[in-house]
Design a protein around this ligand. Structure first.
Ligand code: UDP
Length: 346
């Protein structure tokens, strides 16, 4: 195959599937590896698909031998804070051990370039805002710990001369591909914007607002929502940096503007025209009051510029997707019902 070949691990997930689309559009050869434990085969928009797990070293060797992989993008991780508090070992195994197995396979096959999906959860409770990459990293949950541990081992491997990497610390990934063909499909769903839109669709009764006594203007948490396609664009820039011999780097990815939970709900009401009932609830464990990125570093060094900065646009793209998803689920239910009505053959 002519051109660069990128292995996208976790390419059937939310951000990974958008990445595959962007890479295909950028004329890269794409190989997707996903165990489909949380991803969806029908969301992979192109490339070669390999179903399998990072724990399977024979499979990894086969993938690296069969395709001449130039770089790896790693999206396959568990990413729910609450779940990580309840099941820390599952997080450490999946997010750290499996990444070590992936890196070992890369090193066996002399593949050097690695782009890692990290998170704002590595910072913990912010001491100063907006958060720069120099802010101390003191995660407050196993999810953040697991991502920070991988960043540490990437730095060590790079020092040992084994790889070059860029680690991208996402703030709140949101929105959907503007085509409406790709978007967020989690089961169970725990993220604010999809939950709010499901409530608008009548799939949920309403939304619990976790914490109304935070020291913010309206008492609810502020988050920095960044469009998924702006995240994938940053990966392309990171890839270019590594391909042209740039140094290892860590970058924040956010819009540098915080929106409160209430502002998100209000904006979704405007976009959807639905009322979206809310109930004030207690704080969710481990939620910092405010998480807002300073992403000046990636803007300055790689020229990253988000295209979908305002919350309304982000929610509009997600709304198109969620309406389609609702239709898909409805069609699926009626097909299943028809199947059940077909009399069994003798
Ligand atoms: N949130 C909420 N109700 C919900 C889900 C989330 O009030 O049903 C709040 C949550 O406490 C946080 C913000 O919405 O302040 C964003 O949460 P999300 O889970 O989307 O992302 P996170 O910040 O945990 O990565």
């Amino acid at each position: 195959m002519a051109g660069e070949t990128i292995l996208v691990v976790g390419g059937a997930g939310y951000i990974g599937s958008h990445m595959v689309k962007d890479l295909v559009r950028a004329d890269k050869n794409v190989v997707v590896l996903d165990n489909l434990s949380r991803g969806h085969r029908d969301l992979v928009p192109g490339g070669v698909f390999v179903e399998g797990d990072l724990g399977d070293s024979t499979l990894l060797d086969r993938v690296f031998s069969e395709y001449k992989i130039d770089a790896v993008m790693h999206f396959a991780a568990y990413s729910l804070v609450g779940e990580s508090v309840e099941s820390p070992l599952a997080y450490y195994r999946n997010n750290i051990s499996r990444t070590i197995e992936l890196l070992e396979a890369m090193i066996r096959h002399a593949v050097r370039r690695f782009i890692f999906s990290s998170t704002a959860a590595v910072y913990g409770e912010p001491e100063s805002l907006p958060i720069t990459e120099e802010h101390p990293c003191r995660p407050t949950n196993p999810y953040g710990e697991s991502k920070l541990a991988v960043e540490q081992l990437l730095a060590d491997c790079a020092r040992a001369g084994d790889l070059q990497y860029v680690s991208l610390r996402y703030f709140n990934a949101a929105g959907a591909d503007v085509s409406g063909d790709l978007g967020e499909r989690h089961g169970p769903e725990t993220h604010l914007i999809p939950l709010v839109l499901q409530a608008a669709l009548g799939e949920r009764e309403g939304i619990q607002v976790f914490g109304t006594d935070y020291p913010t203007s309206d008492g609810t948490c502020l988050r920095d929502y960044v469009h998924v396609s702006d995240l994938t664009r940053a990966h392309l820039l990171a890839l270019q940096r590594l391909t042209s011999g740039g140094n290892n780097a860590i970058y924040n990815l956010g819009n540098s503007k915080g929106y409160s939970v209430r502002e998100v709900i209000e904006t979704a009401r405007r976009v959807t025209g639905h009322s979206i009932p809310t109930v004030a609830s207690g704080r969710r464990a481990g939620d910092p009051a405010v998480l807002v990125a300073d992403s000046g570093k990636i803007r300055g060094e790689l020229g990253w510029k988000p295209r979908y900065e305002d919350l309304q646009t982000i929610i509009e793209t997600a709304w198109v997707w969620h309406q389609r998803e609702a239709q898909r689920k409805k069609n699926h239910r009626s097909e299943t019902a028809v199947d059940l009505q077909v009399p069994a053959k003798d």
